[in-house]
Design a protein around this ligand. Structure first.
Ligand code: ACO
Length: 352
């Protein structure tokens, strides 16, 4: 039976380290508050005007391509997951193809808009293409340049202290080895919670999903754009919004549920997991999930302390760091899981 294996891995984080103390100088926050609520000590900031979500994704991709021992011309499909694309459209899939200098190959490029679970959704889609024999070298990237649009004033502190920039990538290939590759993927969503963690503007909603339409300051003319109004801009409604407590409540329920779902399908138990790599949303969420699943410290990998929450990039960055530090070995049972905006969530179980 054909399975999908991760044949190459790479990640890229910008050089500039921003410690919590530096944030204290631009907003009313403290190192202690951030560490206590999120576990984050520092994050990376991309170099504005020089680095973008695409360029960081390309760096991670080149590392993954080299790690897989292939050339970039061997890539036969691209999947790019991000919530912070270079352009509203077109997506980063085609931009990274151009950045890598392989546009002439004219391979397909798919953009995934599933925020924190984007990498898991991308992995699941790529897995279907590989198992059906459609593609042999899929490049899957998760990358974010959150700092392009966070509110670093005190008004935005509950969100902006959490996020950081970075990128991770994998090369996915078919394998016929019995004891290797992706065993299960499970994807879920519940749009009831769409506005609880969202960046709603610019957009076409025109107030449709909101009881208070006035808050957006729309004009009435047929020929007036509604995607971004002056009032939205002056009220800071172009920034991401998060109902932190609501997100926490669902995350700590859905993470264990979707992990158990994968384990049950594979006939395995939490004790069989060699390494759980949760999306690095918040250290408190990861610790809660670890407790519910009764996992030991050495069964869970976290690096949010160094990078903050890098959304679609967090799992591939963490997976690569775990491997670099010898925590991922051939034959290990690896569990990847994510929960986030949408709400969307998912898990993937794989044998390394
Ligand atoms: N520094 C200092 N004080 C702050 C900050 C900050 N950065 N942010 C908020 N506060 C203040 C608030 O203004 C509030 O003050 P008040 O009591 O005077 O009104 C107080 O801290 C408590 O605010 P809450 O929002 O109630 O804080 P809470 O205890 O819920 O913690 C947090 C916020 C950390 C976001 C929490 O809700 C949480 O962990 N949520 C999970 C969501 C999450 O981590 N998401 C990650 C990204 S989404 C994803 O990847 C799934």
């Amino acid at each position: 039976m054909l399975r999908t294996k991760i044949a190459g891995l790479g990640h890229y984080v910008p050089e500039r380290i921003v410690k919590n103390e530096e944030l204290e100088s631009v907003m009313d926050t403290t190192n202690e508050w951030i560490i206590e609520r999120t576990g984050i000590q520092e994050r990376r900031f991309a170099k504005k005007h020089e680095e973008t979500t695409t360029t960081m994704g390309a760096q991670a991709a080149l590392a993954a391509i080299a790690d897989a021992g292939i050339t970039k011309e061997d890539v036969d499909f691209i999947v790019f997951a991000t919530l912070s694309p270079d352009y509203y459209f077109p997506g980063c899939g085609v931009l990274v193809q151009r950045e890598l200098g392989i546009a002439a190959q004219e391979v397909g490029a798919l953009d995934i808009r599933n925020q924190c679970s984007g990498f898991i959704y991308g992995l699941s889609v790529a897995d279907q293409f590989i198992r059906t024999g459609t593609y042999k070298n899929i490049l899957l990237i998760g990358a974010e340049m959150h700092t392009m649009g966070l509110d670093f004033s005190t008004r935005g502190r509950a969100v902006s202290v959490i996020f950081g920039d970075g990128a991770g990538a994998v090369i996915l290939q078919p394998t016929e080895e019995e004891d290797q590759g992706i065993l299960t993927t499970h994807l879920h969503s519940n749009g009831t919670h769409a506005e609880e963690l969202a960046m709603m503007n610019p957009g076409s909603h025109g107030g449709h999903h909101h009881e208070d339409r006035e808050q957006f300051g729309f004009g009435d003319g047929d020929f007036e754009p509604i995607f971004l109004t002056q009032k939205m801009y002056s009220d800071g409604l172009q920034f991401p919004y998060m109902n932190g407590k609501h997100v926490f409540k669902f995350a700590v329920r859905k993470f264990p549920e979707v992990i158990q779902e994968g384990l049950e399908e594979a006939g395995l138990a939490p004790s069989d997991i060699d390494l759980l790599i949760p999306h690095q949303a918040n250290l408190r969420i990861s610790q809660y999930v670890q407790k519910v699943l009764q996992l030991r410290d050495d069964q869970v990998f976290n690096n949010i302390q160094k990078y903050g929450n890098t959304t679609a990039a967090s799992i591939p960055i963490a997976l690569n760091e775990a491997r670099e530090t010898g925590k991922v070995k051939r034959g290990d049972l690896i569990c990847l899981a994510a929960f986030g905006s949408g709400f969307t969530w998912g898990s993937a179980l794989l044998r390394w």
